[in-house]
Design a protein around this ligand. Structure first.
Ligand SMILES: NC(=O)c1ccc[n+]([C@@H]2O[C@H](COP(=O)([O-])OP(=O)(O)OC[C@H]3O[C@@H](n4cnc5c(N)ncnc54)[C@H](OP(=O)(O)O)[C@@H]3O)[C@@H](O)[C@H]2O)c1
Length: 244
């Protein structure tokens, strides 16, 4: 019987593959039979992901997605893709009264502009096959305000709106666009946040989550589903993980 959750013969690009959710997604995609193109900034951590993949036709390239020239050259080097996972991103806490133009640019450049430009360049250069699947990492932060979260939440809310429009524009080609919005996942991003948040507050956050904090694998499973033919009738959606 055909396994519609398989990623056999699919070529998938994963951004943010040097850490956390992107790394775990890459490992799971390779286990499901997909070939991977991995990106991240840190060449050594990216290589660690690459060498941990299940055997297959994989490659990796360290680059900063906010660098227009690096991005352009990278896209030129890509083969035709069956899926894209946009996991690269940053977080941080900054109360509204301290937000300056530089802060706005550093959040929006990587969390919003880089995915938007990456997709537009890939579409223009016809690197996305019909029936491909695009998966954006948003966050439950768009629905649940937290102190200092204005910029982060705004980037993700913008990404959700963008993904819904993309779903509409690409539907004639059978290309799907969806967001996955996890609550707290135990990755270096959250460990970094925990350095500035007291353990009492982190415990309080965890108790507020119906299913507690998640593991990167919990998100990777949802990503594999969104990339696979099992989700062929799902587009323009935002899958919330961890309960709300
Ligand atoms: N962890 C959570 O609780 C959580 C919850 C909801 C949503 N999310 C979202 O899930 C995604 C992944 O988060 P994570 O927890 O896995 O974070 P993470 O462990 O900090 O990983 C972030 C990844 O983004 C890459 N990156 C950052 N800036 C980049 C740039 N300018 N160019 C290229 N790559 C860049 C990093 O590369 P290097 O490390 O190589 O620099 C790293 O691979 C993010 O979009 C995040 O907003 C996370």
């Amino acid at each position: 019987m055909e396994n519609s959750f398989s990623l056999q013969d699919k070529c998938i690009l994963v951004t943010g593959a040097s850490s956390g959710i992107g790394r775990e997604a890459a490992l799971s995609i390779s286990k499901a039979g997909g070939s991977l193109i991995l990106t991240g900034r840190d060449a050594m951590r990216l290589e660690q992901t690459y060498t941990s993949l299940s055997p297959g036709n994989h490659s990796c390239k360290a680059l900063d997605l906010t660098n227009a020239e690096e991005l352009e050259a990278f896209i030129d080097s890509l083969p035709e893709l069956d899926g894209i996972v946009l996991s690269a991103g940053i977080t941080g806490h900054l109360p509204a009264k301290y937000i300056g133009k530089d802060d706005y640019e550093s959040f929006f450049n990587i969390n919003y502009l880089a995915p938007v430009l990456l997709i537009s360049r890939i579409l223009k250069k016809k690197k996305l096959r019909n029936k491909a699947s695009i998966v954006f990492l948003s966050s439950i932060a768009t629905k649940y305000p937290y102190f200092g979260g204005a910029l982060y939440s705004s980037t993700k809310a913008a990404l959700e709106a963008y993904s819904r429009v993309l779903a509409l524009e690409l539907a004639p080609k059978g290309i799907r666009s969806n967001c996955i919005s996890p609550s707290f996942v135990k990755t270096p991003m959250v460990e970094g946040a925990a350095e500035t948040i007291s353990s009492e507050v982190m415990d309080k956050f965890e108790k507020m989550m119906p299913l507690g904090f998640g593991e990167p694998q919990d998100v990777a499973n949802a990503i594999v589903f969104m990339l696979s033919d099992a989700s062929r009738w799902v587009t323009g959606s935002n899958m919330v993980l961890g309960g709300n």
